[in-house]
Design a protein around this ligand. Structure first.
Ligand SMILES: *[C@@H]1O[C@H](CO)[C@@H](O)[C@H](O)[C@H]1NC(C)=O
Ligand SMILES: *[C@@H]1O[C@H](CO)[C@@H](O)[C@H](O)[C@H]1NC(C)=O
Ligand SMILES: *[C@@H]1O[C@H](CO)[C@@H](O)[C@H](O)[C@H]1NC(C)=O
Ligand SMILES: *[C@@H]1O[C@H](CO)[C@@H](O)[C@H](O)[C@H]1NC(C)=O
Ligand SMILES: *[C@@H]1O[C@H](CO)[C@@H](O)[C@H](O)[C@H]1NC(C)=O
Ligand SMILES: *[C@@H]1O[C@H](CO)[C@@H](O)[C@H](O)[C@H]1NC(C)=O
Ligand SMILES: *[C@@H]1O[C@H](CO)[C@@H](O)[C@H](O)[C@H]1NC(C)=O
Ligand SMILES: *[C@@H]1O[C@H](CO)[C@@H](O)[C@H](O)[C@H]1NC(C)=O
Ligand SMILES: *[C@@H]1O[C@H](CO)[C@@H](O)[C@H](O)[C@H]1NC(C)=O
Ligand SMILES: *[C@@H]1O[C@H](CO)[C@@H](O)[C@H](O)[C@H]1NC(C)=O
Ligand SMILES: *[C@@H]1O[C@H](CO)[C@@H](O)[C@H](O)[C@H]1NC(C)=O
Ligand SMILES: *[C@@H]1O[C@H](CO)[C@@H](O)[C@H](O)[C@H]1NC(C)=O
Length: 437
């Protein structure tokens, strides 16, 4: 048994070439060389602490204003994609690195685009993206590999920013054969069923056309590694938030057309590496705001948030006692005259409410969900107060009392302005019938 396995391992894994990055023999599906074994097969980097892919936890993503738009060169030119090849591990599109490149996007250098390749699962049943977002894995992932323009191939592999890889999620759709450019591209898989087979694709595809539907200004950024041995930790990663939408039937062609070696060998399936530990790394993304809203001091925001709580108590109370206006809010430890209270805060409330309505998108990006909820609540409260306060302020203060409700029961009557409940000849009294002596 062991020997059979060993032979299978040698036959299936050893002769595979691994792009140009390394020469370690790895695989995806055999126990002897699958991703669990990479840190043994290639311990120098695969066992490192800034490995890729990762699960992106959106709640932990930090804003970085430096993550500006990219400058793509040659992405619109179909003469710069040269051929499509079965590598035995993946499907790779070779590009003319001297004429395609990327810069900007918070990258510190110019990068030349060397190749594109794909990671996939198995048919419709197993997703195969490498990165995940809040645990969600997509059907496929496309990587556009870019190497620092100022470093030779060897140096780029060992520099911590030697590569900039652009990752695109591919999401399966239910229609068939769409988009057409992906139909055309996947139709070529039938020409490269064997390992090392390749066909010319010059003047047929642009990278831009493969990326249709993706807003390339919205992305995650972190520092990681190659996702195949030797797992060099030289990659500035960009993972785009928008997905490329491709029909399920086209996605299925990847796992049912190209073989690991000859056509009698298995199909290439599940060629993705599982997510790796974050080890304290921070994932960043651009704030959706272009300029920090500076017109509202945060002190005013916070002040208003706490004031809104007070107003809530007041409003709830008013609901309970219907038309009565009780001016004492004992639970807050303060005595509040609603009209004075509201007048004092109306400017801040109005200002912040209107500001919020005008800048909803920007604020969403700079505030926590709880703060947003409070502000939404504040808006509702504001409307409530505006509708109900006129009634309240004109109401006779003699109605501002009740018997059972804690906020206006007998113990609060003496707090009612212009009331005499605090006086020295109040009724009723207890009539003591028993005469002295
Ligand atoms: C791949 O196929 C070729 C051609 O049949 C063969 O010579 C080679 O040994 C095969 N490699 C593996 C790993 O099976
Ligand atoms: C590798 O194979 C082992 C043994 O079958 C399995 O337990 C493990 O989950 C596999 N790891 C990956 C990443 O596929
Ligand atoms: C990988 O690193 C861990 C902890 O640093 C260590 O325990 C383990 O033995 C290493 N594995 C290999 C194959 O080097
Ligand atoms: C943005 O870039 C500047 C200059 O390189 C740097 O000082 C600053 O820390 C960066 N901001 C963030 C949020 O990383
Ligand atoms: C984009 O990159 C090209 C080639 O590197 C360069 O000529 C051009 O000036 C850049 N454009 C911007 C807006 O940075
Ligand atoms: C690609 O875009 C650049 C800049 O917008 C333009 O100069 C060039 O002509 C375009 N190339 C093609 C093949 O459309
Ligand atoms: C990257 O491309 C530029 C031309 O756009 C070329 O001058 C430079 O030598 C290339 N870098 C590498 C490492 O090939
Ligand atoms: C690559 O660049 C490094 C440093 O610039 C240099 O030492 C090395 O000789 C170069 N390698 C090749 C193959 O040109
Ligand atoms: C696609 O079809 C499946 C089953 O037929 C269904 O569960 C799923 O919701 C559909 N997806 C979309 C995006 O319509
Ligand atoms: C797809 O291929 C057909 C036939 O070669 C061609 O007419 C069509 O323009 C191509 N479409 C795209 C989007 O590349
Ligand atoms: C791909 O294979 C088909 C059918 O065998 C053939 O007609 C077509 O010319 C091939 N395409 C290329 C680019 O070689
Ligand atoms: C309105 O907000 C400012 C802070 O910008 C604060 O100083 C002021 O006290 C607030 N007004 C009231 C009535 O609380």
């Amino acid at each position: 048994m062991v020997n059979v396995q060993l032979v299978f391992f040698l036959i299936t894994c050893l002769p595979f070439t691994v792009y140009s990055e390394g020469s370690v023999d790895y695989c995806y599906t055999l126990p002897a060389c699958n991703a669990s074994m990479w840190s043994t097969l290639s311990p120098k980097y695969c066992n490192g602490t800034r490995q890729s892919p990762i699960n992106i936890v959106t709640a932990d993503v930090k804003a970085d204003i430096n993550l500006t738009a990219f400058n793509f060169t040659g992405f619109n030119d179909s003469s710069h994609l040269i051929n499509i090849e079965n590598t035995g591990k993946s499907v790779k599109i070779l590009s003319d690195a001297l004429n395609i490149g990327v810069s900007g996007g918070g990258l510190q250098s110019q990068y030349n685009t060397t190749q594109l390749h794909f990671h996939w699962g198995n048919g419709s049943s197993i997703n195969g993206s490498e990165h995940t977002v809040d645990g969600q894995q997509y059907a496929m992932e496309m990587h556009i590999v870019n190497s620092r323009a100022d470093l030779n191939a060897t140096a780029a592999l060992s520099d911590s920013t030697g590569y900039a890889v652009l990752g695109f999620f591919i999401e399966a759709t239910n229609d068939t054969g769409k988009p057409e450019v992906w139909k055309n591209l996947t139709s070529l898989l039938a020409n490269i069923t064997k390992e090392a087979a390749s066909v010319d694709i010059k003047n047929q595809f642009t990278i831009d056309s493969l990326l249709q539907g993706v807003d390339r200004t919205k992305y995650y950024r972190y520092r990681g590694s190659l996702t195949t041995p030797t797992c060099n930790e030289n990659v500035v990663w960009t993972v785009f938030k928008d997905t490329i939408k491709v029909s399920k039937n086209l996605i299925d062609l990847f796992s049912s057309t190209v073989h690991t070696n000859t056509t009698t060998d298995p199909f290439i399936i599940t060629n993705y590496r599982p997510v790796q530990a974050l080890n304290g790394r921070v994932v960043t993304s651009q704030p959706t705001t272009t300029a920090a809203p500076s017109t509202i001091p945060s002190s005013a925001l916070h002040h208003t948030l706490s004031v809104s709580t007070a107003l809530l108590c007041l409003a709830l109370f008013r609901c309970f006692v219907s038309v009565s206006v009780c001016t004492a809010v004992k639970d807050l430890g303060v005595i509040i005259n609603p009209s004075l209270f509201f007048e004092a805060h109306v400017n801040n409330i109005t200002r912040i409410t209107l500001f919020y309505l005008r800048n909803i998108a920007k604020i969403r990006n700079m505030m926590s969900l709880q703060d947003i909820e409070k502000l939404v609540f504040l808006l509702l409260l504001y409307l409530f107060v505006v509708w109900f306060l006129p009634v309240a302020t004109s109401a006779d203060s003699s109605k501002a009392w009740c018997y059972k409700f804690p906020l206006c029961d007998e113990s609060t009557w003496s707090l009612i302005p212009k009331a005499y409940c605090n006086g020295s000849r109040q009724s009723p009294i207890n009539i003591v019938t028993k005469c002295p002596g």
